[in-house]
Write a protein that binds this ligand. Sequence first.
Ligand SMILES: Cc1ncc(COP(=O)(O)O)c(C=O)c1O
Length: 356
Amino acid sequence: MERNYNFCAGPSTLPEAVLKQAQAEFLNWHGLGASVMEISHRSKDFEAIMVQSEQKIRSLLNIPENYKIIFQQGGAYAQFSMIPLNLLGNQTKVDAIDTGNWSNKAMKAMAKYAEINVLATAKDTLPEEGSLKFSKDAAFVHYCDNETISGVEFDYAVQSEYAPTVVDMSSNILSREFDVSKFGLIYAGAQKNIGPSGITVVIVREDLLGKANPMTPDVFNYELQSKNISMVNTPPTFSMYMIDLVLTWLQNQGGVSAIEKINNEKAAMIYNIIDSSDFYRNPVTKNARSRMNIPFTIVNPELDPIFLAQAKEHGLINLEGYRAVGGMRASIYNGLPLEGVKVLCEFMSDFEKKYG
Ligand SMILES: Cc1ncc(COP(=O)(O)O)c(C=O)c1O
């Protein structure tokens, strides 16, 4: 069966080469006569996956030595609570920016543990760089680098003069180069650019460890996990194996700088179609537009279901907007090939000619 071009926001399309390799190795991994899912996580073969994945992320993102890389279960959502539990120490305040659904959900979860000082609320745009008034007594500053639903992505790193920055990069990590040293903690759910769901990558500066609330579960204690190659308990072994394959695939593409060029090209193609027409719209301010998630509407919303149905016939699937938002959304993560975006753009132009 032909594979479709899959624009799902998450869990999302994985590189075909990775899926094929997993398929080929499914029954008999590394000549063990067993699947990678069927062996002990304490075996040397499996441990190598944990160690190598960490090394690959370190080299792909150029992560300095004073940062630990941890693989956590429970999704990015769990981190909304685990971050304050691990980082607050005896402090009580968090500075937070609200740019949409995910940063808002994080703020609400963190409010169970700390007083939240909202630095800025922005919709379809970003707070102006340099305009934020940070608290002197916050334990950290939190924001979401890429709002997956509304398609708002920061074009600068938020940095307070008083506290480390904690950033949710679930939907744009590994899509572009950035300076890790500007952040105290970076976290990202795997199911967009890293692999299948079930794992969240946490990259944390060493000096922020050692402050975990005694009530923090061991499996969510960053310090404990960093000392145990993220295996205080059994990790989701198949997801970890897939992550390792995706990271190798990314290295083979030329790494993050190479994929960044392709990602920029993909996003520019779709925004060009939207901007050069009165038929499609994207409400996000230009400097805040996401290169990963592009929501758009058609002037006449009655055309939405027709667009989606015809797109599907062209092998372009999962273009529906977020369920509470409607319209369309094209999520174009690392694994979605340039060719898929070309096909989408041709389809969008033809659809406009027909119905515009
Ligand atoms: C930016 C962002 N943060 C957090 C989450 C929550 O992740 P999870 O469902 O893995 O807990 C998502 C999910 O899509 C997301 O896009």
